[in-house]
Design a protein around this ligand. Structure first.
Ligand SMILES: [Zn+2]
Length: 446
């Protein structure tokens, strides 16, 4: 049970008001009780002094793979998407539940420390007993609120594959056992890695169980051409024909879309997770975010293995403005909304407007941060100059999980050490040459 908490003395920014007009920061105290915001009652037993800080809704990351098994090296400079997928598949063969937990916990810490309170973690393969539990434990180690998109695969190394029915049975049995059903998606990985029959089986399981659907799609021109050649349809048209498009479904990427496909997304109330830095890094093209938003498609932001949502917000503004040859074609307010309220709505969560009755998910941001000061327009500063370095405190469901820039539930140094050991172990078991002193201490002075 989390004690009632008073957030005192901060300037509250609620992003956008319910009628979508810009809000200005207001000095206001907030009481957090039973996971929601209330008016201060005088009954809070704990206090968080937010003087000198903006109080801001927690950010929401609509797409990531927190247990990334590939070390960040310059080899990634020239890696095409197919190389990344293949390297990930090779590493997954030797990965253990303990590796997943260590890697997930560190990446979850990175989310919280950069102001992200909620995420969809798309995980696969889940080929050993205990892997899903290890991932859920990794989120909980630091207090991140995570939805899990349970990856379903029909292609890849034989060691990690099982029948689609067996995978679906395991996914369905995890609902309300390993994590709440409303935080679990059935998630064919992509048309490259999951057969159309696999997608059909996921749709049938969703019909039976009420679980929601999630996938990567329309990511590259190669994917579209292959889909046309094999099925005579574009990817979104194909998903529509098999019943995958429905309210609650989240589609990741949607870079290569026809006008008809945008209409299909809107007509079927599908949400899209847009990952601008990932699209730039892997030269996928520019997703038609302006056209999707205009058609009424809900678009949220995803980090997808890059850095954090502050970077994604400004990338979204810059890329969309650049593609439209019009600065601000996607403006600051829209980017903020995509990273907060639209992210919550895409995941079926109540939006965090920071009003009484809203979820107690918030962050405080230091106004004396060198990149933000002098702070004349908080929204502009956060989107165009913000970073995790300015985030001081993070509260998830009323529980402070970062205070004064430090994790509350875990020690960051230990998480880094465990993630180093996991990465090293995966490399060694994959047959790579690893220096005997390859540890994080090697880079410490002294
Ligand atoms: Zn992804």
């Amino acid at each position: 049970m989390v004690s009632p908490l008073l957030i005192r003395g901060g300037s509250v920014v609620s992003v956008v008001t319910a009628d979508d007009t810009p809000d200005t920061p207001l000095p206001r105290d907030l009481e957090l009780r039973d996971g929601v915001i209330t008016d201060p009652s005088g009954g809070a037993t704990e206090e968080l002094d937010a003087r000198g800080c903006l109080v801001f809704p927690g950010l929401v990351n609509g797409h990531d793979h927190l247990r990334s098994m590939l070390p960040s090296t310059r080899r990634a400079d020239t890696s095409a998407l197919a190389d990344v997928i293949e390297a990930g598949q090779r590493a997954s063969v030797v990965t253990t539940p303990a590796d997943y937990r260590a890697l997930t916990a560190l990446a979850s810490a990175r989310q919280l420390l950069s102001g992200t309170v909620g995420v969809v973690d798309h995980v696969y393969p889940l080929h050993r007993d205990g892997m899903l539990q290890a991932i859920v434990d990794g989120h909980a180690d630091v207090g991140l609120r995570a939805h899990v998109a349970y990856g379903l695969l029909t292609a890849g190394p034989a060691e990690v594959l099982s029948s689609i029915d067996a995978q679906l049975a395991r996914a369905v049995s995890a609902a309300d056992e390993v994590l709440p059903a409303d935080r679990l998606y059935l998630a064919p990985v992509s048309l490259r890695q999951t057969s159309v029959d696999g997608y059909r089986a996921a749709v049938a399981a969703a019909d039976r169980t009420g679980l929601r659907l999630y996938t990567h799609v329309a990511e590259s021109t190669d994917e579209v051409e292959q889909c046309l050649a094999e099925h005579g349809k574009r990817p979104i048209e194909l998903l529509h024909d098999i019943g995958f498009l429905r309210p609650g479904t989240v589609l990741v990427h949607c870079v290569q879309l026809s006008e008809r496909e945008i209409d299909l997304l809107a007509q079927n109330s599908v949400a899209v997770a847009y990952c601008p830095s990932n699209h730039l890094k892997l030269a996928k093209g520019v997703a038609p975010v302006l056209a999707m938003r205009e058609a009424g498609v809900r678009v949220c932001l995803g980090v997808d293995g890059m850095t954090d949502l502050f970077a994604e917000m400004r990338q979204a503004v810059y890329v969309q403005g650049s593609a439209a040859r019009r600065p601000g074609a996607l403006d600051t307010q829209a980017a903020l909304r995509m990273a907060t309220a639209d992210g919550c709505a895409a995941l079926g969560e109540k939006s965090g407007w920071l009003r009484p009755g809203d979820p107690a998910d918030l962050i405080t941001v230091r106004m004396d941060n060198a990149m933000l000061a002098p702070l004349t327009d908080p929204a502009y500063a956060l989107v165009h100059r913000g970073s995790g370095a300015a985030v001081r405190d993070v509260v998830v469901a009323g529980e402070p999980v970062v205070r004064e820039g430090a994790l509350v539930r875990a020690d960051l140094g230990e998480l880094i050490e465990h993630a180093w050991q996991a990465t090293r172990g995966i490399a060694v078991r994959s047959g790579r040459q690893v220096p005997s002193d390859w540890s994080w201490q090697r880079f410490h002075a002294g």
